[in-house]
Ligand binder design. Structure first.
Ligand SMILES: Nc1nc2c(ncn2[C@@H]2O[C@H](COP(=O)(O)OP(=O)(O)O)[C@@H](O)[C@H]2O)c(=O)[nH]1
Ligand SMILES: [Mg+2]
Length: 444
């Protein structure tokens, strides 16, 4: 790691806290730790109590713990030191001032993980999983990130890539060493191996975007005419007054998003403007956004006013498709019995105001979330970046299978292997590193 500056960052959250962890990485980490603590380096990987002072023997900064991880057996592969001090602004300012005065530089977002990647400690999917784990809000997101951090995706993609590289080598050997001209195209065995791989990739791509959805949260849109109780329903599900409820039609104008944890699965619930002919421009924009959200939602809760029965709003009926759950609201004021289905889909009757029927609606949403997000345990695609590369690999493989000449097939197999290599960072990575590490926060 010659030429790498020594960097530092507050690795724990900023603000008042019992303990704050500072991380130092680079060739100067050991020297700086000795200077600040006024003692020799601690035994590797064992915590020691230290009193940190501005060198030489200056003002006391804080009393805490230090850990020493000499490279290469450290997270970044470089010399790493950790300081566990008290949280809070004044300590942070004093530590930062001391580290800057000793020549260290604040880390860029993701720089620790980037160094770990460059030292071969992680592949790119594992580095991405660290960012996902830090961002995880629900149990299912945490489990997915942990599996990926453990290398589940890396092993799958590396295995595919190895098989491609072996096929490519085999094809090239056939071309180079055959005395006579080969009959056009691929041999039977090579063809079968590549066809199997193409099928595995197709199956992996056709997973209904579970992994990507699990990262982003399942999108649920509450839709319907003005005043049917959409905002009341959002507030009832969220358990707080996130949206304004009013008897005045057209109150909700913008899309209001609430993040929920439904049985460990992340859901993004959106309240939207009521669908009608807008009376002014802002409402019109709100309705445009509501329609856009209806288009992109995984689940549509289409709400009707049960007190208006038998009338059912036409614009809302038009939104009922296989993604929709029709909801009859204001059950507390409605004349029973209520219809059990609307537009051929089973309807759920609730009262957002009183809370009646909400257990049933939540249970149904939970079932839908589990069905959409739960995997079979096999590693799933988690990012658009991976999806694009695997699509490219699959297309190249299909081309290879149809190639007339072994030379052309070998070239397409090489293209497929490179596409997979980009996912884990085995080839062609430089231009993608900035994109990947930019989304990290500082200290990771
Ligand atoms: N009786 C009754 N009134 C409700 C219920 N849900 C909402 N409302 C009332 O209906 C009006 C419109 O509610 P709101 O949530 O703002 O509807 P939105 O325009 O669809 O967002 C308000 O006066 C609410 O108090 C309900 O379950 N029962
Ligand atoms: Mg509203």
């Amino acid at each position: 790691m010659i030429g790498h500056a020594t960097i530092f960052a507050l690795a724990s959250g900023a603000g008042k806290a019992g303990i704050a962890v500072y991380r130092l990485s680079g060739p100067d980490a050991g020297r700086v730790l000795m200077l600040l603590s006024g003692r020799p380096l601690p035994t590797p990987r064992l915590a020691v109590r230290v009193r940190l002072a501005m060198p030489p023997a200056g003002e006391l900064i804080d009393d805490g713990l230090a850990l020493w991880f000499p490279g290469p057996a450290s997270f970044t592969g470089e010399d790493v030191a950790e300081l566990h001090l008290h949280g809070g602004r004044a300590v942070a300012t004093a530590v930062t001032t001391a580290l800057l005065s000793l020549g260290l530089r604040p880390a860029e977002p993701g720089e620790f993980s980037r160094r770990a990647f460059e030292a071969g400690k992680l592949d790119l999917t594992q580095a991405e999983a660290i960012a996902d784990l830090v961002a995880a809000e629900t149990a299912a997101q945490r489990r997915q990130a942990l599996r990926q951090m453990d290398g589940a995706l890396m092993r799958l993609y590396d295995d595919w890539r190895d098989r491609l590289l072996r096929s490519q080598a085999h094809l090239e050997a056939e071309i180079d060493f055959s005395d006579e001209d080969l009959p056009g195209g691929l041999g039977v065995e090579a063809r079968q191996r590549l066809a199997e791989l193409a099928e595995a990739m197709a199956a992996h791509l056709a997973d209904g975007a579970r992994g990507e959805r699990l990262r982003d949260g399942l999108s649920v849109a509450i839709l319907g005419a003005p005043n049917v109780g959409k905002s009341s329903l959002l507030n009832r599900i969220a358990g707080r007054d996130a949206a304004i409820v009013s008897a005045t039609a057209g109150t909700t104008r913008d899309v209001i998003d609430v993040h929920l944890d439904l049985a460990g699965y992340p859901v993004m619930l959106a309240d939207t403007a009521g669908l009608r002919d807008a009376i002014e421009a802002v409402e019109e924009e709100g309705i445009r956004r509501a329609r856009a959200r209806a288009d992109s939602a995984d689940i549509r809760l289409v709400v009707f006013d049960a007190t208006a029965l038998p009338e059912l709003d036409g614009a809302s009926l038009a939104l009922i498709d296989e993604r929709a759950i029709p909801v009859l609201n204001k059950l507390d004021r409605a004349a029973v019995p209520l219809p059990t289905s609307i537009a051929g889909r089973p309807a759920i009757a609730v009262s957002a105001a009183v809370g009646e029927g909400m257990d049933g609606l939540l249970a149904l949403l939970e079932t839908r979330a589990v069905a959409a997000l739960e995997g079979s345990g096999a590693p799933v695609l988690t990012r658009a970046r991976h999806r694009a590369a695997i699509e490219e690999a699959e297309v190249a493989l299909r081309r290879a299978l149809n190639a007339g000449l072994p030379e052309l097939a070998a070239e397409d197999v090489r293209v497929a292997a490179r596409a997979l290599g980009r996912i884990t960072g085995r080839v062609d990575v430089e231009e993608m590193l900035d994109v990947i590490f930019r989304e990290f926060c500082i200290g990771k």
